[in-house]
Design a binder for this molecule. Structure first.
Ligand SMILES: Cc1cc2nc3c(=O)[nH]c(=O)nc-3n(C[C@H](O)[C@H](O)[C@H](O)COP(=O)(O)OP(=O)(O)OC[C@H]3O[C@@H](n4cnc5c(N)ncnc54)[C@H](O)[C@@H]3O)c2cc1C
Length: 437
């Protein structure tokens, strides 16, 4: 698998991160070494692939899933852990493009995705943080805009987001940078690596066959179906579902060209003990609303788990720790001097239109990708609509038709996108200068 945006040494096992250090699902799946036959072959074992496998077994179809590295080795096992309904594209933009009712149907898929994630976690409370609720805080002094946004989200998404004044926020999050915001009371913080491994195990228990360290190298037409050639074996399938996201490499040109691999990062601090209270006291995961926002939460041992940035480059090690720590100190300068423990990055598959890409390239050749900033609930929504389409000829996947496989501009896309990110960051800085007196 070659991908110019991926460090070769990263391939294989889990990278060093909070998640791999706290992995508690011992299960390893075998490598595929035979030729096997299946009704459906899913390629890619991130949240999207695993959710598709779960959706299929729950509907009576036993698929094969092949993963190039380990289950949730990509974005799904490295992420910020914020799990809530909605897409990367704002509700107002969705309504503008497809109208209110269509937007409601799309958003409902992600509220149902959130419910399903909670159901699949079930009694395994260690897969999610103790306190529910995610707080979104405005970086800008524009209360009316925050209120309007909440009203629109509650209307279209059918949620109950609650306004929080700047005073309420500052009581728990002691940053001079913050203004008003809102709480998503149903949002949760998920241990995304353990969750996805646990979900893969659930799918296997229900009849799915799962293989790790089995790279799909080629996909060929085979009778009325497909043959997927892997490193040491092959899968003959009636239907194929592509869930490779930003790590797709050259497996399929059309799908690879439709998303930009965007890197984003997390920093884990040392345990901060009582000092943490000088900055963060709230139990809710918190994020701000800049284009390149920060999102963070407190872990039980009083570390800060700090995420942010989007970039086309891929810094690592000490350099990445410093970049992330500098961002943290912009928000909480009172934490000057704290130490970083580990920092890591992952790639998101980011479509230009910021909505998931779900559909068929031709009959029986499905794609389920482009979840970028839309995130975890939308991967589960994708898994549900694709599996329902395969099992029951359900047509809800067509809700995503207005958001197709737009060309993301490779090979120049990353340079254009990076320039666009810098421009967005400048816009945020200008907006803060204009509004925040
Ligand atoms: C640092 C970071 C922070 C994030 N924070 C959040 C957050 O807080 N909340 C949220 O909702 N979302 C967040 N996201 C986004 C979210 O993680 C992704 O949208 C989601 O995990 C995408 O899932 P996926 O299955 O599509 O992709 P991935 O998890 O990337 O999975 C794709 C898989 O396909 C496999 N693959 C690729 N090619 C092949 C092949 N040829 N053969 C076999 N297998 C192959 C890869 O090895 C990989 O495991 C974040 C992402 C990152 C990177």
């Amino acid at each position: 698998m070659s991908n110019p945006y991926q460090h070769a040494h990263e391939e294989g096992d889990y990278i060093d991160s909070y998640y791999s250090r706290t992995l508690n699902v011992a299960k390893e799946f075998p490598e595929l070494t035979d030729e096997i036959t299946t009704p459906v072959c899913i390629i890619g074992g991130g949240m999207a692939g695993v959710a598709t496998a779960q959706g299929l077994v729950e509907r009576g179809i036993k698929p094969v899933l092949i993963e190039a590295n380990r289950i949730a080795w990509g974005a799904s096992g490295r992420n910020g852990s914020f799990c809530s309904a909605g897409f990367s594209l704002g509700v107002d933009s969705i309504v503008k493009k497809v109208g209110k009712e269509h937007a409601r149907e799309l958003c409902k898929l992600t509220t149902e995705g959130l419910t399903l994630i909670k159901k699949r976690i079930g009694a395994r409370s260690e897969l999610r943080a103790e306190t529910d609720g995610l707080l979104n805080i405005s970086w800008f002094d524009e209360r009316a805009a925050v209120e309007k946004n909440i009203e629109q989200m509650n209307d279209i998404m059918g949620v109950d987001y609650q306004f929080w004044s700047r005073d309420q926020i500052k009581e728990l999050y002691h940053s001079e940078r913050y203004y008003d915001g809102y709480l998503k009371p149903d949002g949760i913080q998920v241990h995304s690596l353990n969750y996805t491994c646990h979900a893969a195990k659930q799918a296997e228990d229900a009849g799915a066959r799962i293989f790790e360290k089995s790279v799909a190298l080629k996909i060929r037409k085979h009778g009325d179906g497909w043959k997927v050639i892997t490193t040491k074996g092959s899968v003959i399938a009636d239907q194929v579902v592509m869930c490779c996201s930003a790590y797709i490499g050259n497996l399929n040109f059309k799908l690879s060209s439709a998303t930009l691999p965007v890197a984003t990062y997390i920093l884990l601090t040392e345990p901060l003990g009582e000092r943490l209270k000088t900055a963060v006291e709230g139990p809710y995961g918190a994020s701000d609303n800049r284009f390149s926002s920060n999102y963070y939460r407190i872990l039980p041992d009083r570390r800060l788990f700090w995420g942010g940035r989007v970039s086309m480059f891929n810094p690592s090690g000490e350099k990445l720790k410093k970049i992330m720590m500098d961002d943290l100190l912009v928000v909480y300068p009172q934490l000057e001097g704290i130490k970083a423990d580990v920092a890591w990055g992952g790639l998101m598959g980011y479509p230009v239109h910021k909505m998931p890409q779900i559909g068929q390239l031709e009959p029986g050749f499905w794609y389920n990708q482009g979840f970028g900033g839309s995130g975890m609930t939308s991967t589960v929504a994708g898994g549900e609509v694709v599996s329902a389409a395969i099992a029951n000829a359900d047509e809800r996947y067509k809700l995503f038709e207005p958001y197709g496989l737009n060309y993301a501009g490779k090979p120049f896309g990353p340079i254009v996108a990076q320039t666009a990110y810098w421009l967005f960051q400048l816009q945020d800085a200008y907006k803060a200068w204009r509004l925040n007196k």
